[in-house]
Design a protein around this ligand. Structure first.
Ligand SMILES: Cc1cc2nc3c(=O)[nH]c(=O)nc-3n(C[C@H](O)[C@H](O)[C@H](O)COP(=O)(O)O)c2cc1C
Length: 214
């Protein structure tokens, strides 16, 4: 059961501009508890020059994100916000509002843990509730980042198969040596510019083919 402090409504959340429409693509960017989440501010910046961006971080991602690097026009939502924005049955639910608002969901970086939770349909935080409630006619991209041994684990094959069935697009990790532990191979987050380029190309090609409802 939610604690009293969780139930208290945040004034900031009451005035969330979900109705605003700048005409730009509405991109929901999310980060998980990976070392590469230190780049999340930079990833937000790449997208925010082109799109309207809202951001979501898991609790463990917050250990790696320096909030000062998040562009001023990007609001960062956390699990606490999901609870604080709800006080009575008359209130909206943040993960449903964000799921409605977004045209595209991009999880960069996505952790081994969240990938497995998505594949299994678990929804125990803001991000996985959004993913579980997602309308899969709208694109979802995941950009994994993890140690080579986690990436090469047999679990990864099963997880990626489930994601493929859901139509979730994989932005393949880069291949390079992991400086801190000396392991070599795939698993490193793709370059943020490539993540942005992949999503933008896909959006523009959907627009041209009439696949996006804008
Ligand atoms: C210092 C540290 C670095 C970590 N880096 C990664 C990582 O790069 N990729 C990954 O998948 N998990 C990494 N983990 C493990 C995740 O943080 C852990 O599985 C966590 O539960 C992920 O939570 P989330 O999926 O809700 O963000 C790391 C853990 C620690 C303590």
């Amino acid at each position: 059961m939610a604690s009293e402090s969780r139930k208290r409504k945040s004034p900031e959340r009451e005035s969330m501009p979900f109705g605003d429409d700048s005409g730009k693509p509405r991109i929901l960017l999310a980060a998980c508890g990976c070392v590469a989440a230190v780049q999340f501010g930079h990833i937000c910046k790449c997208f925010s020059e082109w799109a309207e961006v809202k951001a979501v971080a898991t609790d463990d991602a917050l250990s790696f994100i320096d909030r000062a690097t998040i562009p001023k026009d990007v609001v960062l939502y956390t699990d606490e916000d999901d609870w604080r924005s709800w006080g009575t049955t008359a209130d909206g639910i943040l993960h449903i509002q964000l799921r409605r608002w977004a045209e595209i969901l991009v999880i960069a970086p996505v952790s081994a843990n969240t990938l497995a939770k998505i594949a299994g349909g678990l929804c125990d935080n803001l991000l996985t509730c959004i993913v579980r409630a997602w309308d899969y006619s709208k694109p979802v991209f995941v950009a994994p980042s993890m140690n080579f041994f986690l990436w090469k684990s047999p679990f990864t094959d099963n997880v990626l198969l489930s994601l493929k069935e859901l139509g979730i697009a994989l932005i393949t990790p880069a291949s390079k040596s992991m400086a801190d532990d000396g392991d070599h191979g795939n698993g490193t987050l793709a370059d943020p510019v490539n993540i942005y380029g992949t999503v933008r190309l896909s959006y523009e090609s959907r627009r041209r083919s009439g696949g996006s409802d804008g």
